[in-house]
Design a protein around this ligand. Structure first.
Ligand SMILES: [Zn+2]
Length: 181
């Protein structure tokens, strides 16, 4: 097990990891919140959670945008991807790995094992990692400076061995939604 260091600003009541201000929550909190949203507002919760995470990742105050900006334009997209995956894992979301990155399309595939988003879900009919999906879509949107979306193609909540995500352009996502592809 590796150790990660947190700094604590007692005056402000803030914790920091890698210069990012972080909030420490128990691992089940994310899935618990999502399940409650789904119970109260139904299927629309999926879109709300996805879109709010996607918007957050792109916002100037987010740690993700901060990481990408701090690492600067000189770093290769591959190295940037690896660092962001390390941070994803170190923040407790699960173990993420980029399995494909084709910048000419552009398209990125990521697999995640032990997703924090799936806790408490059993035999779901559909993938459930909407928060993580939103974070990936927002992060790649910032990194490529192009509007990107993310679909989850496999999910452990529905019995798959791992969660798999495909990040594609907004245009490609719209084509799929309309059934053109
Ligand atoms: Zn999943």
């Amino acid at each position: 097990m590796d150790k990660i260091e947190l700094d604590h600003d007692k005056e402000k009541g803030e914790a920091f990891a890698y210069e990012n201000s972080v909030l420490i929550l128990s691992r089940g909190n994310l899935a618990y919140l999502q399940r409650e949203f789904e119970k109260i507002i139904g299927p629309a919760a999926t879109y709300l959670i996805y879109d709010s995470a996607r918007m957050y990742a792109q916002s100037s105050g987010s740690n993700i945008k901060g990481d990408i900006t701090r690492l600067g334009p000189d770093i290769s997209k591959e190295d940037l991807g690896k660092i962001l995956m390390d941070h994803f894992s170190e923040h407790g979301y699960g173990r993420g790995e980029i399995t494909e990155m084709d910048l000419s399309v552009p398209q990125v595939r990521i697999k995640v094992t032990n997703s924090a988003n799936t806790m408490g879900y059993k035999e779901s009919e559909k993938p459930v990692c909407h928060f993580i999906r939103g974070i990936f879509a927002g992060a790649v949107t910032v990194a490529l400076d192009r509007s990107m979306h993310c679909a989850e193609t496999k999910c452990t909540a529905k019995g798959d061995s791992q969660c798999e995500f495909e990040i594609i352009t907004a245009e490609e996502m719209e084509k799929r939604r309309l059934g053109e592809v």
